[in-house]
Design a protein around this ligand. Sequence first.
Ligand SMILES: Nc1ncnc2c1ncn2[C@@H]1O[C@H](COP(=O)(O)OP(=O)(O)OP(=O)(O)O)[C@@H](O)[C@H]1O
Length: 271
Amino acid sequence: MSVTEAFARVLSRSGGSSRAPTLDTSHNIVLYLEDISVSFDGFKALNSLNLYIEAGELRCIIGPNGAGKTTMMDVITGKTRPDEGSAWFGQTIDLLRLTEPEIAKAGIGRKFQKPTVFGSHTVFENLELAMAGDKSVWKILFARLRAEQIARIEEVLETIGLKDHRQVLAGGLSHGQKQWLEIGMLLMQDPELLLVDEPVAGMTPQETEHTAELLVGLAGKRSVVVVEHDMEFVRSIARTVTVLHQGSVLAEGSMQEVQNDPKVVEVYLGD
Ligand SMILES: Nc1ncnc2c1ncn2[C@@H]1O[C@H](COP(=O)(O)OP(=O)(O)OP(=O)(O)O)[C@@H](O)[C@H]1O
């Protein structure tokens, strides 16, 4: 990926320079999905899906292959438009009226499974670029950072555990470190809702443990929604688990509750 392409990706995440609408979580709910249906050639990938995410919560979404997890994330981020239903970010932001960059700008960050960091730039520069808005890459890298911008980068370096790697080229990081850097790049935009797709796929046990700590630490200040197949990992971080099946919510509750739900055992955990 060229620097220009990579930067375009950062920009699409940050939503460019237009003003973001203000998030209203006065009812303590950050995300409302109601009666969402999505069909692909007549096949219902989402079928009257209802999902509510509270402000500050860490939610895990599980479900067998094809349950609709990715499609749900695509609806939230504006990549896929539903045939029916409504999607609100807080009380006032209608996600179905916003473009993908506008949704990112409004405060929804999405971490895809495959990390997309700038390999030929340092960890610090990657965070700098993610903070940048719509200035050109070269202007950003040669401009002098303001003290508060440096402080913000340092804060994120601390959060993601890469303080000692700030001058390392991102291309030389381990798989896990690249994933944390990309989470850090999203944090530079200070999202209220972070969507994370299979964060621990391909990680070592130590990296998995660090990722668990990182995600648990991020919740509270913001809401985090994690889609993950690794049940051990889900067990280690989950407060509330939502089980999707055939495009709808099959069960929701604590890990113990959903694990003991006969419907869930039948379609998923019993495999
Ligand atoms: N663009 C598309 N065109 C046609 N069918 C699609 C498209 N995107 C998804 N689907 C189908 O919709 C269903 C739900 O897919 P989705 O990727 O949302 O499931 P998932 O729960 O994320 O699965 P996995 O765990 O395997 O990633 C699947 O049967 C999939 O084949």
